[in-house]
Design a protein around this ligand. Structure first.
Ligand code: S3P
Length: 434
């Protein structure tokens, strides 16, 4: 059944987290609109409330509206806080950078998945600046203790293109005297750099190096979050592979550090265009129009492109499965340390549908069928059900659900509810487009 119509996808998760965290650190009352009403963003909101920010929530037109009165450099001190980061790596890593120079005593913890994810990548550069963070084995729970002296400004040559690492170091740099900079091997999403100036902190960007000068004070800022391009990518892929589909996805953040999935789909031959492009604050936004059409062709996604579509690889695997020829995601090793091991899960999930995929080092290869995906479903027609493990990972749940639609295979997810991490209304939104 084709998908047709217009939809505004839920707001961007990365922008929502930053809006909440920066407002909490600012002096004054920020009015935030259309925050993503998902478990991850609720984790950030709950954490900043415990740190002393005052949050007044209401139902907005496209998500949560929240007026946040920041603690302005004076968070709750003198008692140990227990900050539950749930499933959210962004909450955890950005919070570590934000609080480690503020004299806070806090234990950060999370669910089973988050507790297995590597935190050494932020603890190491923050410790070099004077932060005191104890985490056995480099995983949660992590105990952030008040630093013994003011943090020192530093330069960090990050071995990874990670926006979470970059943001954590820059946020710590706001408490340090002098200029703190981060250089990355490729450009990761740049919402922190775009948003901090709106909260009153100048940010210098020079190629792959970003710097802030501290000590810096943030002031309140009113803003709205935009549609999440990572969520929009799910719709773009399914519309590109499902016959007779045509979708307009409205008000999507079209920040070039986030639009890699659309670029790759276009390169594969998909009929995707942007309309109504404009700036909202420092972020580009527009409508994404996708029409089912040409046969997709396999492509090579380079390591430099990976950060621009790192969360979209699972869903792009559907496009790769439908394409003619092989698709390779080069240098995709980071997928192993996301909410689940998405590298292995994509190989395993595609195999269940009869699609060949394999890893060669950090390169993920997918052999496209070059045929309509419902033909894969025909081969599975005798099965009562096709059980797909989600590993409680929202992006895997959405991917296999859509693969089920495209193949018409009787997919059963072991945990369908985990979509609440980024898109709570996913299933009803998709039904609404049928
Ligand atoms: C995010 C950065 C990405 C991404 C995550 C959100 C952010 O992680 O996977 O979902 O908001 O900074 P890395 O850039 O650390 O790989």
């Amino acid at each position: 059944m084709p998908l047709q119509g217009s939809i505004r996808v839920p707001s961007d998760k990365s922008i929502s987290h930053r809006a909440v965290l920066f407002s909490a650190l600012a002096e004054g009352r920020s009015q935030l609109r259309d925050l993503l009403p998902s478990d991850d963003v609720l984790s950030s909101l709950a954490a900043v409330e415990q740190l002393g920010a005052v949050v007044e929530r209401s139902q907005g037109a496209n998500g949560i509206d929240a007026a946040i009165t920041g603690f302005g450099g004076q968070p709750v001190r003198g008692q140990q806080l227990r900050l539950d980061c749930g499933n959210s790596g962004t909450t955890t890593r950005l919070l570590m950078g934000l609080v480690c120079g503020l004299g806070v005593d806090a234990v950060l913890f999370g669910d089973e998945s988050l507790s297995s994810r590597p935190m050494g990548r932020v603890i190491e550069p923050l410790s070099a600046m004077g932060a005191r963070i104890e985490a056995q084995g480099g995983t949660l729970p992590a105990h952030v203790l008040p630093a013994q002296a003011p943090l020192s400004a530093a330069h960090y040559d990050s071995p990874k293109a990670s926006a979470q690492v970059k943001s954590a170091v820059l946020l710590a740099g706001l408490q340090a005297g002098g200029t703190t900079s981060v250089t990355e091997p490729a450009k990761s999403r740049d919402h922190t750099e775009r948003l901090l100036p709106a909260f009153g902190v100048p940010v210098e960007v020079d190629g792959l190096t970003v710097s802030v000068t501290g000590p810096a004070r943030l002031h309140a800022h009113d803003m709205s979050a935009l549609g999440d391009p990572s969520s929009a990518a799910f719709l773009a892929v399914i519309a590109a592979v499902l016959e007779d589909s045509e979708l307009t996805i409205e008000s999507v953040a079209l920040n070039p550090t986030r639009t890699g999935a659309f670029a790759v789909l276009k390169r594969m031959g998909a009929d995707i265009s942007y309309a109504n492009e404009h700036l909202e604050g420092a972020e580009p936004v527009g409508d994404v129009h996708v029409v089912f059409g040409p046969q997709l062709k396999g492509t090579v996604v380079t390591p430099e492109e990976i950060p621009t579509l790192v969360d979209e690889v699972p869903v792009l695997a559907i496009a790769a499965a439908a394409a003619q020829g092989e698709t390779v995601f080069q240098g995709a090793g980071e997928l192993r340390v996301k909410e689940s091991d998405r590298f292995a899960a994509v190989v395993e999930g595609l195999a269940a549908f009869g699609v060949r995929a394999w890893g060669e080092g950090d390169d993920l290869h997918i052999q496209g069928t070059g045929e309509p995906l419902y033909l894969l479903g025909d081969a599975l027609a005798d099965e009562d059900s096709l059980r797909l493990p989600t590993y409680h990972d929202h992006r895997l749940a959405m991917t296999w659900y859509l693969m089920g639609l495209a193949t018409e295979a009787p997919v059963v997810l072991d945990d369908a509810s985990c979509v609440s991490v980024s898109w709570p209304s996913f299933y009803s939104d998709i039904e609404g487009l049928m």
